[in-house]
Design a protein around this ligand. Structure first.
Ligand code: ADP
Length: 382
């Protein structure tokens, strides 16, 4: 260690040189040559290429300055060792980190590449059955992959549904239109038969009516599903509406030897489109009467439950097989046992669409051979 005590004029009062260090005298000379006294606690004296001395300063009580220093070169050796070892370790670690990082990024991006490939494949082929396997992914990307697969499933379902509806509509339109043409051709072949022509015309009008009703109902359902249906909302007493409809169907019920009744918990009001609601309840009653054999009964019950108006139409009719119960809401679906009755297979699709347009719903409970209960719920008026 080099120890030096100097006065305020930087004159050396005491100096002790490290006898093993040849740079000691030079460092002392450099200290003495300084015109300005270093005030900082730690400072370095640079001796050019030969090395560097590091000093610590402290002022003594009598005003003199105590400086203790040592050759920084001695420290450089272990430091160089340390830097060397560090480099030797750091380099492979860095390489490893880079390699690992690239590998992980590659793995993490694999589902995204798969996703891009799947989308490109769908765009190129139009086939929606492609899926990405979520087992190979983890974390948020897995969620993305699962959601993407679900979205594809939904789109596929929708497209399948649309295709199915289109096929059914084409099929269901062909029958009445073929009949229409047949009737008209027959009438044209016998122009002299005026009565026959009149009958043919009446047949044509009836058949056209059927086609128009079918197309209108299909359009109504689509309007509700796309949110385009305009509802004319008013306060409607559902009890009154159900009573009116029950009375309307009483005559048909009597003709078919059915008992029809209606009960309610007083007035049950809802904010609804009266005509649409009448159409929905009318369809439920129409079905109940249609699918209940003679001697049976049909019951309409209106009640209020937890902010909702609940309307049930129960019958003791043929019932619906369990496997058909979720399908009765599909457009153009008709149960096997119902084919003997008139119908388009659109009534219940419209009922549910109307209920949903009113922020409500319609459900079915049924037992084949025992009867069915359709329950329509819509929010009650406040
Ligand atoms: P449609 O009555 O014109 O066939 P809907 O959409 O009204 O069409 O009904 C779909 C099917 O649901 C019917 O074909 C019939 O099989 C079944 N269904 C509906 N209501 C009843 C009911 N009350 N009892 C038994 N089956 C019913």
């Amino acid at each position: 260690m080099l120890v030096r005590v100097s006065d305020a004029q930087n004159r050396t009062l005491f100096a002790s040189l490290p006898y093993s260090d040849p740079l000691g005298p030079e460092a002392l000379k450099a200290l003495e040559a300084r015109s300005i006294l270093p005030t900082e606690r730690l400072f370095a004296v640079n001796l050019g290429k030969r090395g560097m001395f590091e000093f610590a300063n402290t002022r003594l009580k009598n005003g003199s300055l105590l400086q203790i220093g040592r050759n920084a070169g001695r420290r450089r050796v272990p430091l160089e060792h340390f830097v060397g070892s560090c480099l030797a370790v750091m380099f492979p670690v860095l390489l490893l980190a880079l390699g690992g990082g690239a590998l992980m990024a590659n793995r993490a991006l694999r589902p995204l590449r798969e996703l891009t490939a799947t989308v490109q494949n769908i765009v190129a082929t139009g086939k929606l059955d492609a899926r990405i396997s979520p087992e190979k992914t983890a974390g948020e990307l897995r969620e993305l992959v699962v959601s993407f697969d679900r979205m594809l499933e939904k789109i596929e379902e929708l497209v399948e549904g649309m295709r199915g509806v289109l096929d059914n509509v084409a099929h269901d339109l062909r029958t009445p239109i073929t009949r229409l043409r047949g009737v008209a051709e027959l009438a044209l072949r016998n122009p002299a038969d005026l009565v026959g022509s009149q009958e043919a015309l009446a047949d044509c009008v009836e058949e056209s009516e059927r086609v128009i009703t079918m197309l209108n109902t299909l359009m109504d359902i689509s309007e509700v599903e796309t949110g385009a249906m305009k509802l004319n909302l008013h306060r409607v007493d559902v009890t009154e509406l159900a009573r009116g409809l029950t009375e309307f169907y009483a005559e048909v019920a009597e003709e078919r030897d059915l008992k029809i009744s209606m009960s309610a918990q007083g007035a049950c009001e809802a904010i609804a489109d009266e005509n649409r609601l009448r159409q929905a309840v009318g369809n439920l009653l129409d079905n109940a009467v249609k699918y209940t054999p003679a001697g049976g009964r049909v019951e309409v019950v209106v009640s209020r439950e937890a902010g909702e108006v609940v309307l049930s139409v129960r019958d003791s009719g043929i019932g619906i097989p369990a496997e058909d119960q979720s399908r009765v809401w599909e457009r153009l679906f008709r149960g096997d046992k119902s084919r003997s009755q008139r119908g388009l297979g659109l009534g219940l699709s419209l009922v549910r669409a109307i209920a949903q347009a009113h922020a409500g719903d319609c459900q079915v409970k049924s037992e084949p051979g025992a009867g069915s209960e359709f329950t329509l719920r819509i929010p009650a008026a406040g």
